[in-house]
Design a protein around this ligand. Structure first.
Ligand code: ADP
Length: 497
């Protein structure tokens, strides 16, 4: 037992000590090549366990299993049966919440306490939410007229049918929640799935597959292939995959789109962001200072909606940014398994180097750090929460998604307003607006080119709220009814009476 597992539950140790295989056709199997890869604990850099290394041949097997399942008994399941299955899974996730939370913390680095309160609790909620949807997916009845057949009578209706075999490729920042954004909606609609978790964080998806199998999901309806980008690319390019849903970088999103062109599979994408947090001088400082700090520190900044551009009205700029810098400096850095930790390690050394590289470049360009500015001493992939000012909109720290605990702050003046600066990005995922003036808040919300706007809060999500991006932040909406649209297709039936 390595030191990472010292505080872990027996069930978590037991899970980690078992071989981690691929889940294909209802069976746990090794990769065709027999290869495995290691997954690390970001708090120590130690190897946590090894996992089967799936590649193209394994994706082929998983797609075959998913196709067979789509043509099999699953087709005959009633919506009520799908509803019950998703509810059972939701209850099991709730019952085994501590186990999921610790596993997520060990694999990803995030706080186990936060994973319990946010990641795992929300995952259970999303399963329950889409359980409810399974029995409420409805078509329409339409009374058409066909003008060139005078006197004719017609009866038409629409059916909402599953799309078929869905490939789902997910990132490492919220491994379990990202699986929950995709799996339950697809199942509620009657699809089958080939899921590829991120190579950095494969573990909770495997536990979720166990839970769904125990809940009674037929063999092959959900297949999980752990592996790297090439396995994702094999899904995106596969001719027998009907839809691909991807969450990750904008760069890889574009590759997926191109690969999907071969058979014109349906595509949904949830990509990067460089989201503004707009603070007006009349904001409630007691709310806005900690609120915007948590807007870029939540999940150590490894959040696609992270509020990484702080746009502050010039009159309060110095005072406000000092306040945010104080919060950043006083955040407790430590391992995710320690309940006192506020900022954990980043997911990997690669990510630690990437983030510190951005910070160094920003400082070289002329930015000034009010807080942080370097990696944190000691083992583990830590980076100090960093607040940068004196930043130009041409700097890479201003333009590019960093995916770490780094915010850039720039002032705007009341006459011009924040609109131009807020929209000065290729991304359009999220934004927050901080003010006590309700008209100003709602008017600003209309001006922001982003799929999700928060007022006097940031990163406030719910399963019922559609989520997705404008501009280069994505295609389609997950959560809410949006995901039902993504995972169904409409058939029109017209009857000559
Ligand atoms: P990040 O930069 O945050 O790691 P990525 O977009 O690289 O995000 O990765 C998100 C997911 O996409 C991961 O599961 C990864 O393995 C997968 N992936 C990486 N490259 C490709 C690719 N070319 N095609 C399909 N999936 C890929």
């Amino acid at each position: 037992i390595n030191e990472s597992l010292a505080g872990a539950l027996p069930a978590v140790r037991e899970f980690i000590s078992r071989p981690k295989q691929l889940f294909i056709g209802g069976r746990w199997v090794d990769a065709v090549s027999g290869k495995t890869f290691e997954t690390h604990d970001p708090a120590t850099g130690q190897v946590l366990t090894t996992v089967a290394h799936g590649e193209t041949a394994d994706i082929d097997k998983a797609v075959t299993a998913a196709r067979k399942a789509f043509e099999g008994e699953w087709r005959l399941w009633t919506p009520a049966q799908r509803q019950r299955l998703l509810f059972r899974a939701s209850e099991t996730i709730r019952a085994r919440a501590d186990e999921f939370a610790q596993l997520e913390s060990l694999d990803n680095g995030k706080s186990a306490a936060v994973a319990l309160a946010v990641d795992v609790a929300w995952t259970a909620e999303i399963f329950a939410y889409y359980a409810g949807w399974a029995t409420k997916i409805e078509g329409r009845t339409i009374t058409p007229s066909v003008p060139w057949i005078p006197g004719s009578q017609w009866h038409a209706y629409t059916l909402r049918e599953p799309i078929g075999v869905c490939g789902q490729i997910i990132p490492w920042n919220f491994p379990l929640v990202m699986a929950a954004f995709k799996i339950p909606a697809a199942l509620a609609c009657g699809n089958t799935i080939v899921l590829k978790p991120a190579e950095q964080t494969p573990l909770t998806a495997l536990l979720l597959a166990e839970v769904l199998a125990e809940a009674g999901l037929p063999d092959g309806v959900l297949n999980v292939v752990t592996g790297f980008g090439d396995a994702g690319a094999a899904i995106a390019a596969h001719d027998d995959v009907d839809k691909v849903g991807f969450t990750g970088s904008t760069e890889v999103g574009k590759l997926i789109l191109n690969a999907a062109g071969g058979n014109l599979k349906k595509v949904s994408l949830e990509l990067g962001g460089k989201s503004p947090q707009i603070v007006y001088a009349d904001a409630d400082m007691d709310v806005a200072v900690p609120g915007t700090a948590s807007g870029f520190l939540f999940n150590h900044g490894q959040t696609c909606t992270s509020g990484t551009r702080l746009l502050v009205e010039d009159r309060i700029f110095d005072e406000f940014t000092q306040g945010v810098a104080e919060v950043a400096k006083s955040s407790k850095i430590g391992p995710g398994m320690d309940p006192a930790t506020q900022v954990g390690p980043l997911v990997s050394q690669v990510q630690q180097n990437r983030v510190t590289g951005y910070i160094e470049q920003g400082l070289a360009d002329g930015a000034r750090a009010l807080a942080g500015g370097q990696r944190h001493a000691g083992t583990g992939y830590y980076v100090e929460p960093t607040v940068l000012v004196d930043v130009q909109n041409t700097f890479s720290v201003y333009r590019e998604e960093i995916f770490g605990p780094v915010v850039v702050a720039t002032p705007f003046n009341a006459e011009e307003g924040p609109r131009t600066a807020a929209n000065d990005t290729m991304f359009g995922l999220a934004a927050s607006i901080w003010t006590r003036d309700i008209s100003k808040a709602h008017l600003t919300a209309r001006e922001i080119q982003a799929g999700n706007v928060w007022i006097n809060c940031h990163n406030a999500f719910d399963s019922a709220l559609p989520f997705g991006g404008y501009k280069q932040s994505g295609w389609g909406r997950e959560l809410g009814e949006g995901a039902i649209d993504l995972y169904t297709q409409t058939k029109t039936v017209n009857v000559a009476l």
